[in-house]
Write a protein that binds this ligand. Structure first.
Ligand SMILES: Nc1nc2c([nH]c(=O)n2[C@H]2C[C@H](O)[C@@H](COP(=O)(O)OP(=O)(O)OP(=O)(O)O)O2)c(=O)[nH]1
Length: 130
């Protein structure tokens, strides 16, 4: 079974992108990711990413477009990671699950220890800039 997971590529006015590090209590502890989570049954992916970001970061985002999804097979599960390009509309970030987060340039993003499933998502995003 492949689990649908949505993630947000949140871009600020300077073009920096938000990445968050998963905490010890989460799957893939210590790995960086684009925040998000599993799409619930009967939920639209776009509604799902808005809900997840409110739950995890306590901010309201607006989505502009979704990028290509990528399937990744971990040892214990397979996920389809669906990215959305987003901007923050309101609120102040308050982490509810992650250990830390930051706003990064493309060069900085490349140096983070990403969850494996995020690598093609990151590469697509960086390719889309040129
Ligand atoms: N949110 C998110 N999860 C990712 C990314 N990359 C990646 O491999 N994953 C994995 C980690 C988890 O195994 C799974 C998503 O689960 P989650 O724990 O974030 O989702 P959730 O908030 O709905 O969690 P749950 O409490 O229902 O388990 O996908 C990513 O960029 N964002």
């Amino acid at each position: 079974m492949v689990i649908d997971v949505v993630c947000a590529i949140i871009i600020d006015e300077q073009g920096k992108v938000l990445a968050a590090r998963r905490s010890k209590s989460m799957d893939l502890p210590g790995k960086w990711e684009f925040p998000g989570g599993k799409v619930e049954p009967f939920e639209q992916a776009e509604a799902s990413i808005i809900r997840e970001i409110k739950e995890e970061l306590d901010i309201v985002i607006q989505t502009s477009k979704s990028g290509p999804a990528h399937i990744h097979h971990y040892k214990n599960k397979s996920i389809r990671l669906i990215p959305f390009i987003c901007k923050q509309l309101s609120g102040t970030i308050s982490l509810k699950e992650h250990e830390t987060y930051g706003w990064f340039t493309s060069e900085q993003l490349k140096t983070l220890a990403w969850a494996e499933a995020d690598i093609p998502i990151l590469n697509d995003y960086i390719s889309s800039l040129t």
